[in-house]
Design a protein around this ligand. Structure first.
Ligand code: ZN
Length: 194
């Protein structure tokens, strides 16, 4: 666990979470001890990797929407990455185990579906790490394009070439498509924008 804290991945996750926290700290009548517990919870959640993409934490993915600690009760709000995502059961179990490690057993993990999760919530540092891991990060549609069509260009995460070809709409999971690079000939997964 100590090693994880010093990794750039986790630091990025913590930074991202704290950025989200500015508003909470400026709310009126907040008990600062409770706010401090929430910070610790965010830090601990930033150590939980995404089950499918272990280089990215669940806080960097943007699935943790809220952490509220009030009157000895902890509430964590999460938004699934996509409907029926089998990883969600795993997230919840991991979150509960992590909170147990911190000595918190009274935790409500609530799932909120609206607003729906979007790949736009993934932190910029995590997008870069996805690419280094060999997965092409989501390409935002440009205004005027059909938002549901495949992007015109999906750069190869290995060599950066824009000469790539869609091989299959679905990769290992429905949220990824399979591409092959025409330059370096390597196949790769593309994390669809949604
Ligand atoms: Zn390539």
């Amino acid at each position: 666990m100590t090693d994880l804290y010093s990794s750039p991945q986790i630091n990025a996750g913590i930074y991202y979470s704290l950025h989200h926290r500015k508003d909470v700290k400026h709310e009126k009548n907040r008990d600062m001890n409770e706010v401090a517990v929430e910070d610790l919870v965010w830090e601990r959640l930033a150590l939980i990797p995404d089950p499918e993409i272990p280089v990215v934490s669940i806080t960097e993915l943007g699935i943790v929407r809220e952490v509220r600690y009030e009157g000895n009760r902890l509430r964590i709000v999460i938004t699934p990455t996509y409907t029926g995502c089998p990883a969600m059961q795993l997230f919840v179990a991991e979150i509960r185990a992590a909170m147990h490690d911190m000595g918190i057993d009274e935790v409500a993990v609530d799932t909120v579906y609206s607003p729906a999760w979007t790949t736009d919530w993934i932190s910029p540092a995590a997008l870069e790490r996805l690419r280094q891991y060999g997965i092409a990060p989501p390409v935002k549609p440009v205004p005027g394009d059909d938002p549901f069509a495949e992007p015109k260009v999906v750069p190869c995460p290995h060599c950066g070439s824009e000469e790539t070809t869609l091989r299959s709409q679905f990769g290992a999971t429905a949220c990824k498509a399979l591409y092959v690079c025409n330059s370096c000939k390597e196949p790769f997964e593309y994390f669809k924008h949604f």
